[in-house]
Design a protein around this ligand. Structure first.
Ligand code: AMP
Length: 272
């Protein structure tokens, strides 16, 4: 992969890169389609990165289907799939980590300690292997996108990061590989995430000044289904991820909720 990437760059070709954990859905494919528009060669990585899963997370049962992924990726314009083995990425005596310290602490960082350190470490490794000119990430993982941008800036990495909008299923559930875990009733219950975010936007647009009131209304919507368990609801500054004390500027409303055993995240960004 490294040799191919180096040769491709020598020919002056633009490499577009889409890092994923596979089990592809329309969210992933939207990133690949954008890469196809921008770049000469589109590379997608499929790697279920053990370093970003905690001991209680679903690493072992994370859905995988390489054959189907290859078919879908090809149709979306992917030229090359990079599919490394875990022991190639982290051989014995592997020692190095990359951490974006402050941005990794709030929101998902609080309930998944070490998660973003695992993400940033693998992303740096993938960037060094694939040597992209442009890398594509989804706004679905809003905190991840902010962290990656910070890392690229802090470490003077020579590439552009493009963040693409959230792709949703009909009904509003954000596309996710983990949606595969759901029964049909859980899938229906999961719509409360989007409903809660919609309510928040509506309240902000109707001039609600207190985030406490917004969070209360969101909690009521989510708690209306018995399968739900809120991890967090946050109203934060979209760039710093610090709590938005005054509802002004670019605001990120983000949440993580378990539906049954499946932890989902979703968010919306508003400019006030
Ligand atoms: P994952 O395979 O879940 O690690 O996701 C790989 C990339 O796809 C990440 O940049 C995600 O943010 C992005 N992604 C996942 N779901 C969606 C979605 N529903 N819409 C847009 N991008 C997404």
């Amino acid at each position: 992969m490294q040799k191919f990437a180096a040769q491709t760059k020598k020919c002056g070709k633009i490499i577009g890169f889409v890092p994923t954990m596979g089990y592809l859905h329309q969210g992933h494919l939207s990133l690949a389609r954008q890469a196809k528009k921008d770049a000469d060669i589109v590379i997608m990585s499929i790697f279920v990165n053990p370093a970003q899963f905690g001991p209680k997370d679903d690493f072992k049962k994370y859905p995988r289907n390489l054959k189907q992924d290859c078919r879908l990726a090809k149709k979306a314009g992917v030229d090359i799939i990079f599919y490394p083995a875990a022991n190639e990425m982290y051989p014995e005596n592997y020692q190095t980590c990359v951490e974006v310290v402050e941005l990794s602490k709030p929101l998902c960082g609080r309930s998944r300690p070490g998660h973003f350190k695992g993400v940033t470490t693998v992303v740096v490794k993938l960037f060094n292997i694939v040597k992209p000119d442009i890398a594509y990430f989804g706004q679905k993982d809003a905190q991840q996108a902010v962290i990656i941008k910070q890392m690229v800036s802090d470490l003077n990495m020579d590439l552009k990061i493009k963040v693409m909008p959230i792709i949703r299923e009909p009904g509003g559930l954000a596309a996710s590989s983990r949606n595969a875990y759901f029964s049909s009733s859980q899938r229906k219950d999961a719509l409360v995430l989007k409903k809660a975010l919609q309510e928040a936007v509506l309240m902000i647009k109707s001039d609600e000044k207190y985030e406490k009131n917004i969070i209360k209304a969101m909690k009521n919507i989510i708690n209306s289904v018995s399968s739900s368990m809120i991890d967090y609801i946050a109203i934060a500054d979209a760039k710093t991820l610090k709590p938005a004390k005054h509802l002004k500027g670019d605001i990120l409303i983000a949440l993580a909720v378990k539906i049954g055993k499946t932890r989902l995240i979703d968010n919306v960004q508003v400019h006030i």
